[in-house]
Design a protein around this ligand. Structure first.
Ligand code: NAP
Length: 289
């Protein structure tokens, strides 16, 4: 299958790599750039074009995606030297930049403003779902921007995800994403505490996880994290450092509740203990019951 729309992709980490790969597999020509160039290798082998910096990605593409760690990374890629908006963009008018990273709603609004000032278009599209849904093209995509740009991007979202939801202007997608990740934090913390509490009273993690997963409390997340808990191995699917970032962004966006502050402190403590590069489920190693 061949598609004429030219795609650019910046940020080939745990999520960006399989997502860009799915667009390649769907027949789109994809130009890639990653700060650590070695992460481009597999995609180049699969047919992607590699360029030297983000400005060259815009020049080579109609629609450019960013999937980067955090607000500072996204701002650097948009505004930095050789960034997406760094060059004379007279020939690039109307091109669409789509940020899929999880950032503050205020950052999305800011990126939308500076992008439009230069005559380009912007959408935010953070995602729910981790590496496996990114590989399988079954992410849930939370969109903020204009309906016209959403319509333009929808066929690409249909490749990357099982569903995309248009939520309103820039900032709405990020707000929904932060609420979702607050619940993720509560689930992960709760799952870890329940398993450790049961173990303290002589119930094995195997038995406790079977009870949780076979009952009404079992969910996609508990099932997904079961093998990591049992094997006590936590390679990052969703790195703990990213959840620390997201909980901080949620607090900045107004999250203040009985559970939010203890939850934020718990993940911060795990991060301070050196668990930031491991999966969120590694929180279980830092909890004492
Ligand atoms: P990751 O594996 O840590 O990858 C981060 C990417 O950002 C890498 O390509 C990294 O480049 C790049 N980057 C970081 N700082 C940069 C800078 N200053 N300039 C240029 N590039 C920079 O992260 P991920 O797991 O793919 O997550 C990406 C985003 O999606 C995050 O906002 C995360 O919160 C969100 N998210 C993740 C998941 C998940 O399960 N992993 C799920 C939903 C949403 P280098 O390779 O050079 O370091």
């Amino acid at each position: 299958m061949e598609n004429n729309l030219k795609i650019g992709w910046i940020g080939l980490g745990n999520m960006g790599n399989p997502m860009a790969g799915n667009l390649l597999k769907a027949g789109y020509p994809v130009t890639v750039y990653n700060r650590s160039r070695e992460k481009e290798t597999a995609l180049i082998a699969a047919g992607a074009i590699s360029v030297q910096n983000p400005a060259m990605v815009v020049a080579n593409a109609d629609i450019v995606f960013t999937m980067l760690s955090n607000d500072a990374a996204v701002k650097a890629v948009f505004e930095g030297p050789d960034g997406l908006l760094s060059k004379d963009l007279a020939n690039q008018q109307g091109k669409l930049l789509i940020d899929m990273s999880t950032v503050a709603p205020a950052t999305s609004r800011y990126l939308s403003t500076i992008t439009q000032k230069q005559g380009l278009e912007f959408l935010e599209a953070p995602v729910s779902g981790s590496v496996k849904p990114a590989q399988d093209g079954t992410l849930l995509i939370l969109v903020g921007g204009s309906p016209e740009n959403y319509a333009k991007a929808k066929p690409l979202f249909d490749v990357l995800g099982k569903m995309s939801i248009f939520l309103g202007g820039p900032g709405f997608g990020s707000s929904a994403k932060l609420a979702n990740n607050y619940l993720l934090g509560l689930h992960i913390q709760g799952l870890a505490e329940a398993v450790l509490f049961a173990q303290k009273n002589g119930i094995s993690p195997e038995n406790m996880l079977t009870i949780i997963n076979e009952g009404a409390l079992g969910n996609g997340l508990s099932k997904l994290k079961t093998s990591a808990i049992l094997q006590e191995q936590f390679p990052a699917a969703f790195a703990l450092k990213h959840l620390v970032k997201d909980l901080g962004l949620a607090k900045d966006a107004g999250l203040e509740s009985k559970l939010s502050n203890p939850l934020i402190n718990s993940f911060q403590q795990a991060y301070d203990q050196g668990l930031g590069e491991e999966d969120v489920m590694a929180i279980i190693k830092s909890i004492n019951i």
